[in-house]
Design a protein around this ligand. Structure first.
Ligand code: DOR
Ligand code: ZN
Length: 441
């Protein structure tokens, strides 16, 4: 095992209330020391003028492995994550087969270990096969390593099942992650219901489809004492519900995506299916409310909802294209460019929402530079410019609405478990003893 001294950077570690110019010493895969002018017989990484932060944590990622490895594999997903500064990701169970058994959880973990770029924390299905009919074997899933439960992509419409899921998972303190979408209110909807759905002639998904389920789940969390987490919260009304629930002491947390903080339904004017996402892009008023919710601390985490889709499937008539956009490689840049430079969040506040925040929700020992912890760490060059380009993605898919944009902030170095994955903006190819080259379709 090697030793690395990350020298002279501005260390921002919200979990430990640190924001100062410091050195970080990594040894044997762990954080050995954080302090001023550390001296050690170690390889030195110059971080002067840079930000040193805990490896980021993305709690909402779709890897298409097993099932659709043409769109993403655990390995390519981890590579995309590393490029975006994420050393830990939680992956949603809407795979094929569904992540509703120990064997699928173990398969994903094995793939992650073989790839070696970072940590993957599988999320198990709430219901068997995501069919919404009976609970999955939750105990077995937890034993195999599942960190939470969700039927993401689908809503658990059966309130009794949702109640049981919250009750049952309470024993282990694991979160139930709600994809809040009333199926009947949202049926056949393509974009947010409002002015633009009328103008564009596309069927709308009303805010109410999300809000009625959030209200229900909050009531069920209160009834059961279960741990509820709201995925990709997208409307002002949803935020208000979570705010009031928190004020009443309900055990509820929530996340927002960069796209719901930056894009609106007005972006659908060109019928570009890369903007088709679920929940749909909402209005400027919703964005304003969500940004305030972040500032006020009601929103606990920022997550990408990285959802890779094959090009030939996205290039369909709007109604037939699948929902989702990739996000692992653009989330940090978007947040730095739009929210930090935009004065909504401090740099420390933004990093907290992508490290300590999600780690706390999932109960994983990540998102911190605490002494003795795993040395997952990133060095960010906040002045470097990232040009978002379709042929530069590490992800196997390119369904991003941000292609052509320039973002501020590039991840210069990435360490996972004390070993470099990216050094000076270049992947360390020997990492994990695997080489990979991406084929652009
Ligand atoms: O846009 C989305 N895509 N929203 C979801 O809830 C699921 C995801 C996917 O799996 O593609
Ligand atoms: Zn979802």
């Amino acid at each position: 095992m090697s030793r690395y001294l990350i020298q002279g950077g501005r260390v921002i570690d919200p979990a430990n209330n640190i924001d100062d110019t410091l050195d970080v010493l990594i040894e044997n895969g762990k954080i050995e020391a954080v302090g001023k002018h550390l001296a050690a017989d170690a390889e030195v990484i110059d971080a002067s003028g840079m930000i040193v932060a805990p490896g980021l944590v993305d709690m909402h990622v779709h890897l298409r492995d097993p099932g659709r490895t043409d769109e993403e594999t655990v390995e390519t997903g981890l590579r995309a994550a590393a490029k975006g500064g994420f050393t830990s990701i939680a992956c949603m169970p809407n795979t094929d087969p569904v992540t509703d058994s120990a064997s699928v959880v173990e398969y994903i973990q094995r793939q992650a270990k073989d790839a070696g770029f970072g940590n993957v924390f599988p999320i198990g299905a709430i219901t068997h096969g995501l069919a919404g009919e009976r609970l999955s074997e939750m105990g077995e899933l937890i034993q195999a390593g599942a960190v939470g439960f969700s039927d993401d992509g689908k809503c658990v419409m059966n309130s009794q099942l949702m109640r049981r899921a919250l009750e049952y998972t309470r024993m282990w303190g694991k979160p139930v992650i709600s994809h809040a979408e009333d199926e009947l209110l949202a049926r056949n909807g393509q974009i947010n219901e409002g002015y633009w759905s009328t103008v564009l002639g596309l069927k709308g998904i009303p805010s109410a489809a999300e809000e009625v389920i959030i209200a229900r789940d909050i009531i069920l969390a209160e009834l059961t004492g279960g741990k509820l987490h709201i995925a990709h919260l997208s409307t002002a009304g949803s935020l208000d519900l979570v705010k009031r629930a928190k004020e009443h002491g309900v055990n509820v947390t929530c996340e927002v995506t960069p796209h719901h903080l930056i894009l609106t339904d007005e972006n659908l004017q060109g019928y570009d299916t890369n903007f088709k996402v679920n929940p749909p892009l909402r209005t400027a008023a919703d964005i304003e409310a969500l940004r305030k919710g972040l500032k006020d601390g009601i929103i606990d985490a920022i997550a990408s909802d990285h959802a890779p889709h094959a090009r030939h499937e996205k290039e369909m008539e709007f109604d037939y294209a699948p929902f989702g956009m990739i996000g692992l490689e653009t989330t940090l840049g978007l947040i730095l460019t739009e929210l930090v430079d935009g004065g909504v969040l401090s740099l420390g506040g933004a990093i907290a929402k992508m490290s300590a925040g999600p780690s706390r929700i999932l109960g994983i020992p990540k998102g911190s530079l605490g002494i003795g912890g795993d040395a997952d760490l990133i060095v960010i060059d906040t002045n470097a410019i990232l040009e978002v380009s379709a042929n530069k993605f590490e992800s196997k898919s390119i369904n991003s609405p941000y292609v052509g944009r320039t973002l501020k902030g590039v991840v210069k170095d990435v360490f996972t478990a004390g070993e470099p994955v990216i050094k000076d903006k270049v992947f360390v190819d020997s990492y994990g003893e695997k080489r990979f080259s991406r084929v652009v379709l």
